[in-house]
Design a protein around this ligand. Structure first.
Ligand SMILES: [Zn+2]
Length: 315
């Protein structure tokens, strides 16, 4: 047996949604229409707009700043690195860095990632996303570079979930349903429903101290300025989250957040300066109340894991 934290310790699932900001309560904001996210809108008493504010014992929701004190539009590589390390990667680089993580960001991730920190405490961390040999071939051929989440797993020297894990219902593709993975020939398995993906993620979250799942769909819809795609993505995420919450083990807190705004404003194909949502559902939801920007998420998770009194025991 590997050393591990006691089973009644807090555990966390981080559902990362790329490119989801909190915009105006306006009819041209796909996030402002409750029917696009019926489960979350009912749970939070509000659609995902800039006024979002919920503080209940097991549900917390608030806007957090994604600009990181650096001029210009927030970008993925620095935003994600900040979320996953607790270090301000945009300040570290001196600018917002888009897309993928290169040399110096990799060093930051290697030294400070949540995966590393959780494992140093004796906990387990896992990346729920499905990977493929084709992805690593493209990396080897320098056609693509590593994404931040990939580096979080790689630098922690953890295995990636591949087709065999997918067949055992222990992986989820970044589009949630696996439709894209099937279309690209990455998997031979049929697509799954968003609800099944949510159940799958809840089950994985129950087995690990910290589980990360990354969904990049909202950012794509935003860059394409595609209203129909935006609605479809939001409904897919909402259905996944509904089943995830229904099946959430009692000691697991689900955290949902993003790296920068995009899909909430389809009048531009660029990212936005908007704050992003921070939603925490579960026994440790209140631990996320003090957070004001992207730097606070990793820190709050680590503090919760290290706090001697388990808050879920106090309910
Ligand atoms: Zn983007």
């Amino acid at each position: 047996m590997k050393p591990s934290l006691p089973p009644d310790r807090p555990q966390f699932i981080l559902l990362f949604l790329d490119g989801v900001g909190l915009g105006d309560r306006a009819t041209d904001n796909p996030l402002a229409i409750p029917e696009h996210t019926p489960f979350l809108s009912q749970l939070l008493g509000s659609p995902l707009v800039r006024e979002l504010s919920v503080r209940q014992p097991q549900v917390l929701a608030k806007p957090i700043d994604a600009r990181l004190g650096i001029p210009g539009l927030p970008q993925s590589a620095t935003g994600q690195t900040t979320l996953y390390t607790g270090m301000n990667a945009a300040k570290f680089r001196g600018h917002h860095q888009s897309g993928f993580a290169n040399g110096s960001l990799r060093q930051l991730i290697e030294a400070h990632s949540l995966f590393r920190q959780v494992m140093q405490l004796g906990g387990t961390a896992t990346l729920a996303n499905l990977y493929s040999p084709a992805y690593f071939e493209a990396i080897a051929q320098r056609r693509i570079r590593y994404a931040v989440g990939t580096l979080v797993n790689l630098t922690a020297q953890l295995p990636f979930r591949m087709q065999s894990e997918y067949e055992q219902e222990q992986a989820i593709f970044w589009d949630i349903t696996g439709e894209l993975a099937a279309a690209r020939g990455i998997i031979t398995a049929p697509p799954i429903s968003p609800a099944v993906a949510g159940q799958r993620l809840a089950a994985l979250g129950g087995r690990h101290t910290f589980t990360l799942f990354e969904c990049f769909l909202p950012d794509y819809a935003g860059h394409r300025q595609d209203w129909g795609a935006a609605i479809a993505v939001l409904q897919r995420v909402d259905q996944c989250v509904e089943k995830l919450v229904e099946n959430l083990p009692t000691n697991v807190t689900l955290v949902i957040t993003s790296d920068h705004g995009n899909v909430e404003n389809l009048t531009t194909k660029r990212h936005t300066l908007n704050a992003v949502p921070l939603i925490a559902i579960g026994p440790n939801a209140q631990d996320f109340h003090p957070i004001h920007d992207l730097t606070g998420v990793a820190t709050a998770i680590m503090q919760s894991l290290q706090s001697p009194a388990l808050s879920s025991n106090n309910f």
